[in-house]
Design a protein around this ligand. Structure first.
Ligand SMILES: NC(=O)c1ccc[n+]([C@@H]2O[C@H](COP(=O)([O-])OP(=O)(O)OC[C@H]3O[C@@H](n4cnc5c(N)ncnc54)[C@H](OP(=O)(O)O)[C@@H]3O)[C@@H](O)[C@H]2O)c1
Length: 273
């Protein structure tokens, strides 16, 4: 029987607990969790039946697989707190951005096997990508276990750390970036004065959902969707031309902004700020 621990039960930690239990691959009785105030962990226990304890050490002391679901700047402190109670061969899985496998190994010790994953909120719908980067010592049976969990709530994509940040932009950051773009699309309609914000959001939202559905399962490629709607000589084609002229530089700027922020956070993580 594998015992699972979760330190941090905020937005992502609680989603992973709920979803893993929902797949039937982990029983509530095999999960023990803690959070800073205990409030989110207690509330999660109320809906799922997991066990909550008041200290991170009590979680780390009892588990084979430990999910660390705290913010990047809290990882070092939490690992310092639990390092000496982590059993040899514990699987340590951090979901924190900006915390490298090397950071994890240094702060947790060589006796544990470190993994980074970047889940996405799309796992709420058993969809989207979870990125995975393996530490050097992770064994094939451990990889199989983690991939089976992640593939039950979406699709796991294994990658090296070098590509982690850029892929994170496309996957985990994606829902907020895509929705922001669609929100601006609806906003433009509102600015014409011809439609109320609620109706514009409803129309754009339903269109986004429908578009996702026709893309699902590789039914249509991006180009096929565009070709089907933006027919030659039609009005949509004119809109697509504007987007193609203006959006590349905006999207380049978006990725540069994400990267700049991440560099500052990574420096603070490494410097223990
Ligand atoms: N949000 C996303 O879409 C997303 C996607 C991929 C990865 N991530 C990563 O996921 C991590 C968590 O993000 P989140 O959005 O879930 O944040 P969040 O909602 O703020 O949750 C953070 C959790 O950490 C707990 N915590 C803070 N300090 C702690 C400590 N010293 N000991 C134990 N628990 C502590 C908090 O406890 P309380 O509940 O008691 O306050 C809370 O449960 C981050 O590292 C982020 O980079 C997020």
């Amino acid at each position: 029987m594998t015992r699972y621990g979760f330190i941090g039960t905020g937005s992502m930690g609680s989603m992973l607990v709920r979803k893993f239990i929902g797949t039937g691959l982990i029983r509530p009785a095999d999960i023990i969790a803690s959070s800073k105030s205990g409030v989110s962990a207690q509330s999660l226990a109320g809906t799922t039946g997991i066990t909550v304890v008041s200290s991170n050490r009590a979680v780390a002391d009892h588990v084979d697989v430990l999910f660390l679901c705290v913010k990047p700047l809290q990882v070092r402190q939490v690992l310092g707190e639990v390092r000496d109670v982590l059993a040899k061969d514990t699987l340590l899985i951090s979901i924190a951005g900006c915390v490298s496998l090397e950071n994890l190994r240094e702060w947790a010790g060589d006796h544990v096997h470190c993994i980074r994953i970047i889940p996405s909120v799309t796992a709420e719908q058993n969809a989207g990508i979870a990125l995975v980067a393996w530490g050097r010592s992770v064994r094939p049976e451990d990889k199989k276990l983690i991939l089976s969990l992640l593939n039950a709530i979406g699709t796991a994509v294994e990658t090296d750390e070098e590509h982690f940040d850029l892929f994170t932009d496309l996957t985990s950051c994606g829902p907020a970036l895509i929705v922001s773009m669609v929100q601006e699309f609806a906003g433009a309609a509102v600015r014409t004065g011809a439609v109320q914000p609620e109706l514009a959001e409803y129309l754009a939202r339903e269109t986004m959902i429908g578009t996702a559905r026709i893309l699902a399962g590789d039914q249509m490629t991006f180009d096929e969707v565009i070709r089907r709607v933006a027919t030659k000589g039609g009005s949509t084609e004119e809109g697509v031309k504007v987007l193609r002229a203006r959006l590349p530089s905006t999207m380049d700027e978006v990725l540069l902004a994400l990267d700049a922020k991440r560099r500052v956070t990574s420096e603070n993580v490494a410097g223990g700020k």
